[in-house]
Design a protein around this ligand. Sequence first.
Ligand SMILES: Nc1ncnc2c1ncn2[C@@H]1O[C@H](COP(=O)(O)OP(=O)(O)OP(=O)(O)O)[C@@H](O)[C@H]1O
Ligand SMILES: [Mg+2]
Length: 349
Amino acid sequence: MTTTSPAPFAAETGSPAAAEFREVTQRFGDFTAVDRMDLTIGAGQFTTLLGPSGCGKTTSLRMLAGYTRPTEGRILINGQDATTLPPEKRGLGMVFQSYALFPHMTVAENVGYGLKLRKVGRVDREAQVTEALEMVGLAHLARRKPRSLSGGQQQRVALARAIAIRPTVLLLDEPLSNLDARLRVQMRSEIRRIQSETGLSVVLVTHDQDEALEMSDDMVVMKSGQIMQQGHPADVFSAPANRFVADFLGYENFLTTSQGITLAIRPEHLQVQDTETDAVDEALNLRATVTDVAYRGVDTLLMLRARDPSGEEVDLLAETRGEDPGRYTPGDNLTASAPRHRLVQLGDD
Ligand SMILES: Nc1ncnc2c1ncn2[C@@H]1O[C@H](COP(=O)(O)OP(=O)(O)OP(=O)(O)O)[C@@H](O)[C@H]1O
Ligand SMILES: [Mg+2]
């Protein structure tokens, strides 16, 4: 089948690879949904694929799960070539973007479905179903039908169903998107807990940066079928590789230096002072005019217009805390500044 070289190690994490994409391309007609993607998913790691709608997240997950065959390239699972293996032979558990449970089956039957397909005997099956339901805190609802459960409970059943087969890798496609904000936050930590208790390799797809930052060991930012950056959330957040990643992670301010280098600054790191002399120690000092003020309770947003070091007119956004909201009004002149360590130098997209 393939060479039997040992599984390589995930670049950022140093753990062996649970799965790998090697130059994987997926085309639909003329359209390239995934473009020569190389990706290593670390074993026992929580990996997230993060990116805007249509960037190829679901397509990547479906290729990993075996529901779609790559147009080009190879997919390895546990170091073995799995490119042509059917889904049921890959040992993966998947929770889909719409997590449809079987309405006519009980919770326990839903959770045991994959085990039955895999011809696991009744006694083992019941034990594994109970274990999976206990893990998601729903053992007491085993005999219920899905329609009598809340959205969050149904979500957990879908999760238990995927865990029950004891997958090599658990694939989750926006599993929290149908939940309200509170439940979503609660489920995030529950999924994280299950992952760390079981040591499962998890790949979660999301377009929510907070979810990715909170949950992952390894974060993969995608754009138009390509990986823009991969790394620990804290590293990606503090040092986005390019403007796309910075933009996606909430950097609002982009400036060009006199040497033509692009700098990004987070709105919470842009400080404002009334006078120029207050800010002489800062690496960046720009005279700016307030164009708009938005009071938001915990902070006040100041929209500013300034000329950047290259001479271009730029719009800036400063998030000020503990400032009297009436302190600034449109037309005010002030100094926008930032210390050197808050200036993030960007590469090309
Ligand atoms: N079967 C298909 N036939 C044609 N185009 C497809 C097919 N599946 C996906 N696409 C296209 O490929 C691109 C990537 O789709 P994909 O579902 O992977 O995006 P996504 O990142 O999961 O987005 P979302 O966050 O909206 O779920 C989209 O432009 C989509 O329209
Ligand atoms: Mg999708």
